[in-house]
Design a protein around this ligand. Structure first.
Ligand code: PA5
Length: 431
């Protein structure tokens, strides 16, 4: 992953970060790096995620998915960190996979769930159910719905299901009771940092992707972590985004110029929001897509309040396609170009137009969208986020607000005695 922060510097952008202030911040980056390395050495909660490139075991994952490796379709059931990593990998690499149809069930909107299941060849479909806690209501409910759909179709779901969960919990009990192939969410790895574990890699394996290349790309990024933001692309990104936020840039619009990376922007939004949104701090992530959002959000980012960092992601190599010629004179310029050239021109124009208007932006570049580069991007953004957590002095690895809502939901449905549910009940009575 290459990172260019030139358009976030004070000489270009307002608000921007001066070279001097980055040099001062670099002392804090060095301390933060020491803390991160100590956490990695001890496999401490959260920091352990940055060890996944060397700890994940592709052979174990491939062996668990072996019974369904030829599935025509794969339903992944999970939510948040238990779904978005897998969805990012599968969507980004769709063109390189073995053609397995993929369905992700995270939401519990009944109409949407029913539509997703319609027409799937269930006898040839695998189920990948993922929940670190094994207690998340949405995931368990969707799994029960899917299970029943298989039973109604006369298909033995126990032969087609892989479970990924923590050491103990209701989902682990269920896997044991039915003797299902199961994998562990590694200890110390929070959901949104688990893409490079079985949580993200089971779906990648079923779709025929190269797990070793994903992990090698991530390892290369791990090897580049160092005590200076000037030498480490991931830290350059995390530190600059943090420094901009300190200067009033409270929004971070993640804008890949590749349709295949649209889900990555969603994954990033969860990572940044759920990890850094603590103690009334944090930067609001927004999902954008080039070129689509040039025709919507860009107006705000170039001419609205000076509070947005636009993070571009660009792939240096893409498949190309010529634009056919036309006999309409005004359109002849298109016939001399390709779609790839048009995409590139739109990216260059947008980046330059934001810089010309003094709006901070950062460019992340991949050589191409493949397993190796994607592994590097996911790891790099996780490391950037961990660094930002150290700079904000928040715990990037917990999610008390999310847990609050999960307990309230379970309590309201009679799934346990939770103070959170009582608080909701009281609030609704007050209305
Ligand atoms: O990042 C997180 O911790 C969350 O987004 C969780 O992944 C999400 O709530 C799902 O939790 P679980 O994996 O326990 O079902």
């Amino acid at each position: 992953m290459h990172v260019d922060i030139g358009n976030a510097l004070a000489s270009v952008a307002s608000p921007g970060v001066s070279r001097d202030s980055l040099e001062r911040l670099d002392e804090r980056v060095a301390n933060a790096h020491e803390r991160i390395e100590a956490g990695r050495a001890d496999d401490e909660h959260g920091y352990a995620a940055l060890n996944l490139p060397e700890r994940a075991d592709p052979d174990e994952i491939r062996s668990a998915v072996d019974p369904v490796a030829d599935a025509e379709a794969l339903i992944t059931i999970g939510i948040g960190g238990s779904a978005l990593g897998a969805a990012t990998i599968v969507d980004a690499l769709e063109n390189e996979g073995d053609g397995t149809e993929t369905v992700f069930l995270d939401n519990v909107d009944p109409e949407w769930v029913s539509r997703r299941l319609e027409g799937l060849p269930l006898a040839e479909t695998a189920i990948n159910v993922v929940s670190r806690s094994g207690t998340t209501a949405e995931t368990l409910a969707n799994f029960l719905v899917v299970r029943e759909a298989f039973e109604s179709a006369g298909v033995d779901w126990t032969e087609r299901t892989i479970v990924t969960t923590g050491e103990a919990g209701p989902l682990r009990d269920l896997a044991d009771r039915h003797d299902l192939p199961s994998l562990r969410v590694p200890d110390g790895v929070p959901g949104r940092f688990s893409a490079l574990s079985a949580v993200g890699l089971v779906a990648a394996a079923v779709c025929g992707h190269d797990l070793e290349a994903l992990l090698a790309g991530a390892q290369a990024e791990a090897d580049s972590l160092s005590g200076s933001l000037f030498e480490c692309p991931a830290y350059a990104y995390g530190a600059t985004a943090y420094a901009l936020d300190q200067r009033g840039v409270g929004t971070n619009a993640m804008m890949p110029y590749a349709e295949s990376l649209e889900t990555y922007a969603e994954w990033f939004a969860q990572l940044w929001a759920e990890s850094l949104g603590k103690d009334e701090l944090g930067q609001t992530p927004v999902r954008a897509l080039g070129v689509t959002d040039q025709h919507s959000q860009l107006q705000l980012y170039r001419a609205g309040p000076r509070e947005t960092l636009v993070t571009f992601v660009r792939s240096r190599e893409t498949e190309d396609r010529p634009i056919p010629e036309t006999d309409v004179d005004d359109l002849s310029y298109l016939g001399d170009a390709t779609l790839g050239e048009l995409l590139e021109a739109e990216f260059a124009a947008t980046e330059a137009s934001l810089a010309a208007a003094g709006r901070p932006n950062i460019r992340l570049e991949l050589e191409r969208v493949d397993e190796y580069e994607l592994g590097g991007l996911l790891y790099g953004m996780e490391a950037a986020c961990v660094l930002a957590g150290e700079l904000y002095e928040v715990n990037a690895f917990n999610q008390p607000a999310v847990e609050w809502a999960k307990k309230a939901t379970r309590g309201l449905l009679g799934g346990g005695e939770f103070a959170e549910a009582e608080a909701v009940a009281e609030k609704t009575e007050l209305r």
